[in-house]
Structure formats: C-alpha cells, structure tokens
Design a protein around this ligand. Structure first.
Ligand SMILES: NC(=O)c1ccc[n+]([C@@H]2O[C@H](COP(=O)([O-])OP(=O)(O)OC[C@H]3O[C@@H](n4cnc5c(N)ncnc54)[C@H](O)[C@@H]3O)[C@@H](O)[C@H]2O)c1
Length: 308
C-alpha cells in the first residue's frame, strides 16, 4: 500500500478520522474527500499528511476530477437511522446514489473499493450470532440504502471487473465517536442523577473498537485476496444497552446515585439485537479484536475529562 494513491470518502467523520490517521503512516498519497456535513474539520487537520478536498460524493465532476486513485475506502454516508426514516429520499441519494458516484470514480481509475456497510442490512435477524450468509432483511431505510450500495459494488465487480470488498460494521466506538456511549456521557455530564435510555434498554449491540476495525480495514485494503468477499466486523458478543449503562455508571462510580429510566418506546427502524458471527474475519483476515468495552469507555471518559 506504500506506493498506492488512497482516497477515503467520509474521511472527516469518526471512523474516517481513525482510518486516515493510520493510513497516513503507511502511504504518503492519501486524499480525504468529505463535504463536512457531519464530519469535523479537526478530524482533517489532525491528519496533516493527507490532502483534503471538501466535496460531496454526489458531485461527480469534482470526484472524478481528483487524481487517479489505486484504492478507495468509501465511508461517506448519511448514518442516522431515524433520519433515514424521516428522510428516505435524502438517505437514498447519499447512500445509494452516492455509492454509485464513488463506483464511477473507481471505474474511471480502475481502483479497488472497500465499502463500509452495516449491521443494518440484517435488520432483526433470527439467527445469532449472525453470519455474512444470513441475507438481507432491512428494517430501516438506512439498512436498505446500504444493501443497494453493496449490490452496486457487486455489480461493478462482476460487470466492470473492479476489485471490491464489502465490510459490514457492528457498533463502532472509541475516541471522537458518536452514538449511545457518547449520548450517555453527555446526559450524565448534564445531570448525574438521572440517565434516560431510549427504548427498553433490552436492545443489544455488538460493540467493536475503532482501532480494531481500522486494523481489519487496512488488511482488506492491502491484500488482493479478498475480491468479492463480505466481512462482518464486530467482536462477536452482544451487550444490552442496560448492561452498557450499568458499566458506565460503575466506571464513573455513580451506581448508587444515578436512577436509570427507560422510555420503552424506541425510534422507527431501531433493531433489537446486533450480534455478529465474526468467524470468517477471524479466519481469513487473521483478525482478533482486542480492545474491551470497559477499557475503551475509561479511555473515552478520560479524554472527555468527565468528573462527576
Ligand atoms: N459508527 C458506526 O457504528 C457504524 C456502524 C455501521 C456502519 N457504519 C458506516 O461507517 C461509515 C462511517 O461512519 P461514521 O460513524 O464515521 O459516521 P460519520 O457521520 O462520523 O462520518 C460520515 C462522514 O461522511 C461525510 N459525508 C456525509 N455525506 C456526504 C456526502 N454526500 N459527500 C461527502 N461526504 C459526506 C460526513 O461529513 C462525515 O464526515 C458510514 O458509511 C457508516 O454507514 C458506521
């Protein structure tokens, strides 16, 4: 990969930042392409060796006007499930049409593509842990738009001969993350006496640390052995949101103080359980996720300098 020109769409986002930080130690030809719609400029300035182009993936002229690339990590997306239910068209535009635009850039350059897909393609599966072969059962417009993206990737591989790898992420967390851990810490920073969980708290997730995820992404990007393959990237365990809340409260030594409440009503498109079978990634990528949820929550808390 050292000699390769690498493009990361969505490189100013949470995962994109961590991926680019690592990639910038491997290649000196790294370009971040992001419209900063949810990404942050500090995620770009903190990767000083990369070239940053502010642009929308739907802007084919700008995207295709970039220098020829060898490898494209396509992470840019609308990532919020409830937003996708309220705005299916915008979600479709960004995630489905946007992916076709990125594939057009890849076709022009004959570049390899690593596509960031999601657990949302499985919806509410009936098989746990869920293997890659389970099939598509979307429960949200976001999940459906990721399926469309995956299918276009496979079409470009079959019909145009592109080298494509699909990576399905579980719940990714770590420094600079958004999502449930971040939400809980925000709520507790405002009011340590009460923690409201949206939903029943029984919903559960497979939490994978971003550094482990990045390691797998580098492996699939660097090798030509995985063309056409799909990999679940999680840790192969599931943790309920109540268990997560409990863990955060015990780390913050708030268990005797904070009252947990639940709204019992979740948002549209929310799934009950994510629990990946990661046997394929372990075996074929020789990948073992290492970071524990507890260690990482301590790291996030220390980084946010939370003391209650
Ligand atoms: N974070 C997770 O737990 C998780 C789980 C499953 C899948 N994923 C996938 O991983 C990828 C990265 O997610 P993230 O958590 O870092 O989200 P993020 O919102 O932090 O990053 C997405 C980035 O894409 C950029 N972007 C959005 N629309 C764009 C457009 N039209 N043109 C150019 N840039 C655009 C945003 O500005 C942002 O920087 C996404 O594809 C997401 O669907 C994330």
């Amino acid at each position: 990969m050292e000699e390769q020109k690498v493009l990361v769409t969505g490189g100013a986002g949470f995962i994109g930042y961590h991926l680019c930080k690592k990639l910038s130690t491997i290649t000196s030809n790294l370009t971040i392409y992001d419209d900063l719609s949810s990404g942050k400029i500090e995620n770009v300035t903190d990767v000083p060796l990369a070239t940053f182009v502010q642009g929308n993936i739907l802007d084919l002229k700008t995207l295709c006007g970039l220098p020829k690339q060898d490898l494209i990590y396509h992470l840019a997306a609308q990532v919020v499930v409830p937003y996708s239910m309220e705005n299916p068209l915008i979600d479709f535009e960004t995630n489905a049409k946007g992916t076709v635009c990125v594939l057009e850039k890849a076709r022009q350059d004959d570049a390899k593509v690593v596509f960031a897909s999601s657990a949302a393609v499985y919806g509410n599966p009936s098989v746990f842990p869920t293997p890659e072969s389970y099939g598509f059962h979307p429960f949200s417009c976001y999940g459906l738009s990721k399926i469309v993206g995956e299918q276009y990737c496979q079409m470009y591989r079959e019909q145009y001969g592109l080298d494509i790898v699909i990576t399905r992420f579980a719940n990714v967390y770590g420094l600079r993350c958004h999502g449930v851990i971040h939400d809980f810490l925000d709520k507790l920073a405002k009011n340590p006496d009460k923690l409201e969980i949206i939903g029943t708290g029984q919903q559960s997730r497979d939490f994978v640390h971003v550094s482990d995820l990045v390691e797998a992404l580098i492996t699939v990007g660097a090798s030509d052995r995985f063309n056409g393959e799909t990999f679940n990237l999680g840790i192969g365990k599931t943790t309920s949101i109540l268990e997560l809340a409990d863990l955060i409260l015990s780390i913050l030594e708030l268990k005797d103080r904070t009252v947990i409440t639940t709204t019992n009503q979740s948002w549209q498109g929310d799934v009950t359980k994510i629990w990946f079978d990661i046997g394929k990634a372990k075996q074929e990528l020789n990948w073992i996720p290492k970071v524990t949820l507890e260690d990482s929550i301590r790291e996030v808390i220390a980084d946010r300098k939370i003391s209650l």
